[in-house]
Design a protein. Sequence first.
Length: 584
Amino acid sequence: MLSVLLLLSALVPGLSLAAGQAESATGALDMRGIERVKLDPWLELLEDTGGRLRFEDVSKPGQAQAFHALGERAPNFGFSDSAWWVRFRLANPSQRPLSVVIRQDYPLIDHVDFWSRDESGLWQRVTTGDRLPFDSRPINNRTFLFPVELPAGSESTFYLRFESAGPVNIGLFAHDTTNLFDLITHEYLAMGIYYGGFIVLLVYNLIMFLTVRERAFLEYLLYVLSYGLYMSVHNGLSFQYLWPGNAWLANQSLLLLLALSLLGCIRFTRTILTTESLAPLADRIARLLEVSMVLAFALTPFVEYRTLIVPMSFATALICLHMLLMGVLALWRGSRPARYYMVAFTALLSGVLAYMLKTFGLLPHNVYTQNAFQIGSLIEMVLLSLAVGSRIGELRDRGYLDALTQLHNRRYFNDQVAKEFYRARRRKRPLSLLVLDIDHFKQFNDRFGHARGDQALKAVAQVLATSVRKPNMPCRYGGEEFVVILPNTSESQVQVVAERIRREVEASTAETFKLSVSIGHATKAPGVFGNPQDLFIAADFALYTAKDGGRNRVVGYRDCESKREGDATSAPLRTFEAPAGSGR
């Protein structure tokens, strides 16, 4: 979020200054005292539909009527087969010369030609664009910068020609040199923070993948890496720093990385939302979209940029909408990571749609639409990290769940009872443990079969789930045995809870399974029980006492009739499995 604010703070002033100067759409722009101005109100345009006009054709006096003032239109023409000529005039009525830099802020233009007169009045041409090596630019910058000198008491005319296989977005500004230096400093600072955030996410998720070996981290790595590189191509940094001498790669890398990032996005989405089980039809469509992106990636080196860019733009919008649909379905069906995913992807989708509408000429080319990708992507990447963390938590929880009853399992019990025991000891609060067993369950299974036995286990689990509320924790210990951890619960309170469970099991299964349970409980008090294992053994001993006493009853450890000396060791009790590092 910090880099977004810096990016806006670096760019928004250009917009406000432009608005302040846009009073006249005719004549020359007086540059006295102007630090930065958007040139739209002073632009005159000529569309060269065949792309055959030469500079001599458009600059001769008889051609003046062919140019038309831009007026209220936005100078972005989407995908256009035409070449676009631009003319504007700058005036310097002052008594000293002015140094001005003309900036074209959209860097993905194939061919940009700029004409200005030198001191002798001869026209000088600068030929550049991202179809030419980067050193063809007059100034080493990710955008196109053309320095000019306005003589004292003069009016100068300038021409530009734009032609591109991609979108033709004309974003022309005039700066004095000091203002341009400040702008570039803030821009590169903001972008440094922006890409620094990507690098942090890459390193963090690489470490997480190497640690937990969860596939979601690897797919997220692919997505972040390809998308980060795509954005560096999109704003001209890759051409400036990574492959300045390779004009082919400067163009085709945009499509290669777009296909790769969309592929990573689809793979990551399917994994993080588990759509194969939650939304199988949408998941099958996503597989087809994956295949299409693999084909697009494979075809890009052999197909012209102009041929692929339009279908890839439509594919981007389609995939984003489908990913949004998958997020909605997963959220509706209970996926916890889908909450983060939906917020993250909505931010990205808003940026994508704004940029696409600008690309096709339906929205103006300005700071918001030009940088919508970056703003949305930064928000998305941060929130998707939270989604990955939620996914890991969900997987951990699944490892703690009993598949049949959907209660917590024995592994969870072992971890939690140790935590609660030592927490209760530190805070000097009671902790109770309840152990219950379904009476005569082996005979029930032998008589009615395992399928019926599974239904009976679910019925008892349902009673526990509805009768016990947080922070109490019901768990399936194994077989027909269940345990309940009751933090901050006294011996008299656990007796009430246990009796309520016993009665509810008997009543709720009276017409179906005719089940009853035996329950034993024990309570940790100051000076009683030195570790979680002792507490479990005591509750387990009480359970066996209840079973020996006729079943379908509740017995507390204190109420056991047998002497504690000898009985706790002679009774057929199980040992509690304390987790490693529990602090015993």
